[in-house]
Design a protein around this ligand. Structure first.
Ligand SMILES: Nc1ncnc2c1ncn2[C@@H]1O[C@H](COP(=O)(O)OP(=O)(O)OP(=O)(O)O)[C@@H](O)[C@H]1O
Length: 260
């Protein structure tokens, strides 16, 4: 990205009219190194801007693998994965990392916070890697500390916790910090991989209420993986990975993972 277009959204504008998919998978085939058979064979899968997608499937069906492909962490052996009209395979090394930081917030099952950094500094991390996220955060909230405070408050974290080291927070609070980190700078897409699996029922419901409201406020599209079918109705679309994946892999307890 050049200095002159830094304030523009980071994705290639000419390729993204409003009704174009923000995420697109075409003729994808992905095989893990050393495996003879592919784990994922997906002809066509698209997510439109503003959707909230609940992606489900049994253990081992490839959900996390697909998320890594959507995030450009892995590249497919065949086919294309596009984010914001940009084919991940056409970006190399540092450019791919920067585009990911510009475009994506990622919430991990185990939070992946830096334990000794303060809550606020954890939330600000994406702004260190992405100029466009930092600029968006400042444009929206006036300053980076104000932006981190905004998303921490949106996720229900009291001000008294913001300067504490992340490791001093409870599991439920740490997952809220991870969500605030994904939301800062309002990236176009948020990907969440089983973010509620460590939460009890009350904390899970509260987390979901706050996360979905915050994604709406940020205008971020959400792709959310979970085993927990009780969450499915909260989303604008439910997608069964085995239903779109033509790879001949064994699924464990497929029937148990159908939505209620
Ligand atoms: N590091 C790896 N090396 C080789 N094969 C792998 C590796 N990680 C995963 N796989 C294969 O890819 C398949 C899909 O794994 P993945 O973790 O994407 O499934 P999942 O649906 O996310 O499972 P879970 O719900 O248990 O997290 C697995 O069945 C496994 O065979």
């Amino acid at each position: 990205m050049t200095e002159s277009n830094r304030s523009a959204p980071p994705w290639p504008q000419q390729d993204v009219p409003t009704q174009t998919a923000i995420l697109q998978v075409r003729q994808l085939e992905y095989r893990w190194p050393g495996q003879s058979a592919p784990c994922l064979v997906i002809d066509d899968f698209a997510v439109m801007p503003g959707e909230t997608v609940f992606l489900y499937g049994p253990s081992g069906s490839g959900k996390s693998t697909l998320l890594s492909l959507l995030a450009g962490v892995f590249l497919p052996q065949r086919g294309e994965v596009l984010l914001g009209g940009q084919d991940w395979a056409r970006l190399r090394g540092a450019r791919r990392d920067r585009y990911r930081a510009d475009m994506l917030g990622y919430i991990f099952q185990q939070f992946n916070l830096l334990p000794y950094l303060s809550v606020q500094d954890n939330v600000l991390l994406p702004c260190r890697f992405s100029t466009s996220r930092a600029q968006a955060a400042i444009a929206q909230h006036g300053s980076l500390p104000a932006a981190s405070g905004h998303w921490l408050a949106a996720m229900g974290l009291p001000r008294s916790s913001w300067q504490r080291p992340a490791r001093a927070l409870s599991v439920g609070q740490q997952q809220r910090v991870a969500a605030a980190r994904a939301l800062i700078g309002a990236p176009p897409v948020i990907i969440a991989d089983e973010p509620t699996s460590a939460l009890d029922e009350n904390r899970r419901d509260a987390f979901m209420d706050l996360l979905l409201a915050a994604c709406r406020e940020a205008g971020s599209t959400l792709v959310f993986v979970s085993h927990d079918q009780r969450l499915a109705d909260r989303f604008s679309r439910q997608v069964s990975l085995p239903a779109i994946n033509h790879a001949a892999i064994e699924h464990i307890d497929a029937a148990e993972d159908e939505p209620a």
